[in-house]
Design a protein around this ligand. Structure first.
Ligand code: ADP
Ligand code: ADP
Ligand code: MG
Length: 660
């Protein structure tokens, strides 16, 4: 084994790779941009090298600087993580040419699988099922449309160089084709510098199931079973699990064999994933899956495979890169129990998944019977420059029972509800709702599950009244503020009535608490709630029975009010009269940037009449596009930005005037 390793990445995956490397006695070297000088991955490394300004193009995508950093710091090997340069064959080759060990597949394998059209041709040649499609060189609209008609609508247009769910468009009729083609090409050119597309039959209500493969430099090649990644939003994974619900021996044999054929066709070495799109209507079938693409790297969701197989995939990556053989044969790799992973992201699902940036004041992840791979600690800053993944939460249970999968999902949801965070909104409430959705619990998963039930899953406003009551209890009662280790019931200090005044989402709010019998009646916005049996423990927890339901909340005090966290929903209450400027532009005359980013779309011109809800600006931040909409009917008075502009948080993009 080599003795030092540079990880050309950041966040949770850099920390994850360091963990295994350190356990092997390997010296860990981080690289970082200006935005990450104090990041967790830098703190955890033995040494760290600065590689440039915050934008990824100037730092984490600068292969030359990363190789120079490796040479300068005496690293023997480079692990690329995922994203960034991990699937860039030129970078892999440059690492090798610099005399360093590349922890990943051979550059030729990366290149062969790098473009989706070539990858599909390789799969076809290997005798692996692919969907009807067009993946040839002629990119004229006429040829592409003809191909789409021959395949039969609906079809997908996919960027051949695409990744991360971007550059994909669904087309349902020939009429839509031209507009969707242009849109896909535009996104593909901007995101990947390559506008080429392929056409593929759309599978309705499909599932996404992928197979983990691993090869060594001696012809050894194994699979480590499958992962189901069907819970997606906008073609990006949200929750992943292993094994796939409803998997049978026959389907698993067919799917893993197909994956191995693809891997063998490109002499695959190191960790890789072969992704299949699967017919999700009815039971899985050996003839009901088709090759989609191969990801030639470690996958975000690798921990579910590690959980059910007991294999440390990063350890295998390092050993294979160092020239060792695969540690286990196929027969020795077994699958035990069920594992699920949820991606905790800095975003607000109730606000259209708007990214949330800033200082994560609290992040407390009680490690107990589950695994958390985090790129941040409480106090760290989440910047707008990189993707929104904060941590991954992984639950694995081995207790055999017919309801094992359901138990894992409900346990994961319950434990996520105990996570504490503050300062930045995380998608935790949304993840909990996804995990306990009936279709999820029953294993009726498909890639449209989240979008079909988006309003219910993403509302984030289930506990509005309860949160206000907890905030009022915290404000009125002394013991809640003090050191409160006691777990006994408490009273409102004899007072028979208390009014708590707050500011909530820019509006004044009063919660009146009145003594009644053993408890109180709480009046919130004209609705009465009975509140009994209040307990407090552990510093910030309060439990109360509200309207007959037992609820736990975490109340986080700040200099400027309180945050109340109930099952992953963060509700903020400011002191009355705080009248802090609210980020919400609902009633405003201005459309401001909710976070720093780049303007990538602009459909408003000065003088245009707009209707409330019209999408006027598209802002790209955290690798996602965000549509900013007209807050009301009006006329565009001024447009202050142009396409390509970098804007600061709070920067005024568009001014509206009333309709005359
Ligand atoms: P996985 O299949 O491992 O879940 P994803 O498609 O979610 O992979 O992407 C893995 C990581 O790579 C994420 O951080 C994602 O944002 C990033 N990523 C995906 N595609 C690209 C790309 N083209 N350029 C940069 N980063 C990307
Ligand atoms: P990326 O490189 O962006 O990950 P993929 O080809 O893996 O692109 O597709 C991403 C997602 O898009 C899949 O996980 C699936 O949800 C959806 N998808 C891809 N191909 C199809 C298809 N033919 N029919 C239906 N959905 C598809
Ligand atoms: Mg994919």
């Amino acid at each position: 084994m080599f003795t030092s390793l540079l990880v050309a990445n950041r966040g949770e995956i850099a920390c994850r790779i360091f963990r295994t490397a350190r356990a092997r006695g390997v010296r860990c070297i981080a690289v970082y941009s200006d935005a990450d000088a104090k990041a967790k991955h830098v703190r955890e490394a033995d040494a760290a090298v600065h590689i440039g300004p915050a934008p990824a193009a100037d730092s984490y995508l600068r292969g030359d600087k990363i190789i120079a950093a490796a040479l300068e710091s005496g690293a023997a090997a480079i692990h690329p993580g995922y994203g960034f340069l991990s699937e860039n064959p030129d970078f892999a080759q440059a690492v090798i040419d610099a005399g360093l060990i590349w922890v990943g597949p051979k550059p030729a394998s990366i290149r062969a699988m790098g473009l989706k059209d070539e990858a599909k041709r390789i799969a076809i040649a290997a005798g692996v099922p692919v969907l009807p499609g067009y993946q040839d060189a002629d990119q004229s609209e006429k040829t592409l449309l003809k191909a789409a008609k021959a395949i039969g609508f609906p079809v997908l247009i996919k960027a051949v160089a695409g990744g991360g769910g971007r550059g994909i468009r669904e087309v349902n009729t020939a009429d839509e084709f031209s507009a969707q083609l242009q849109s896909a090409q535009r996104e593909a050119q901007a995101a990947f510098g390559d506008a080429r597309v392929l056409i593929e039959k759309l599978v309705q209500r499909p599932r996404h199931i992928e197979v983990q493969v691993f090869g060594d430099g001696y012809g050894g090649l194994v699979h480590l079973f499958e992962r189901d990644c069907s819970l997606q939003r906008r073609r990006q994974k949200v929750i992943e699990e292993a094994p796939a619900p409803g998997m049978t021996d026959a389907v698993r044999a067919a799917m893993t064999e197909a994956a191995l054929k693809v891997a063998r066709a490109v002499n695959y070495e190191n960790a890789g994933t072969v992704e299949f799109i699967v017919d999700g209507n009815g039971p899985l079938r050996p003839d009901g899956f088709w090759f989609m693409e191969m990801n030639t790297r470690l996958q975000v969701e690798h921990p579910v495979t590690e959980s059910v197989t007991g294999v440390d995939l990063v350890d295998w990556q390092l050993r294979v890169a160092a020239g060792e053989k695969l540690p286990l044969t196929q027969d020795q790799i077994t699958l035990t129990g069920h594992a699920v992973e949820a991606r905790i992201c800095a975003e607000d699902p109730s606000e259209g998944f708007r990214p949330s940036v800033g200082r994560l004041r609290t992040l407390s992840l009680p490690h107990y019977m589950f695994r958390i791979d985090s790129g941040f600690d409480g106090g760290d800053v989440i910047s707008p420059f990189y993707d929104s993944l904060v941590a991954k939460f992984i639950v694995h249970q081995t207790i055999a029972s017919p309801r094992q999968r359901q138990a894992v999902c409900t346990f994961a949801a319950a434990e996520l509800g105990r996570l504490a965070f503050d300062g930045v909104t995380l998608n935790v409430a949304f993840l909990i709702q996804c995990l306990v959705h009936d279709d999820m619990l029953e294993g009726r998963v498909h890639t449209g599950l989240i979008s079909d039930h988006l309003d219910a899953l993403a509302s984030g406003r289930r506990y509005e009244a309860e949160a206000a009551i907890f905030a009022a209890l915290a404000q009125t009662n002394q013991p809640v503020c003090g050191p409160f280790a006691q777990a006994d019931a408490w009273r409102l200090n004899g007072a028979s009535r208390h009014e708590a005044h707050f500011e909530r989402a820019g509006e004044a709010m009063v919660v009146a608490l009145t003594r009644k019998g053993d408890g109180w009646t709480a009046d919130v916005k004209g609705a009465a709630h009975t509140v009994v049996a209040v307990r407090q423990w552990g510093g910030r927890w309060i439990e109360a029975d509200i309207g007959g339901q037992s609820r736990d909340a975490q109340v986080m005090r700040r200099s400027d009010g309180v945050g109340v966290l109930i099952e992953g929903e963060l509700h903020e209450f400011l002191p009355a009269g705080a009248a802090r400027e609210h980020a919400d532009v609902a009633a405003s005359d201005e459309i401001k940037a909710p976070l720093p980013g780049k303007i990538v779309g602009l459909s408003a011109r000065a003088g245009d009449a707009v209707t409330k809800g019209d999408a006027l600006v598209t802002l790209e931040a955290m690798k996602m596009e965000h549509q900013l909409k007209a807050p009301r009917d009006g006329v565009v008075a001024a447009v202050h930005v142009a396409i390509g502009a970098q804007v600061k948080e709070g920067g005024v993009l568009i001014a509206l005037a009333p309709l005359s």
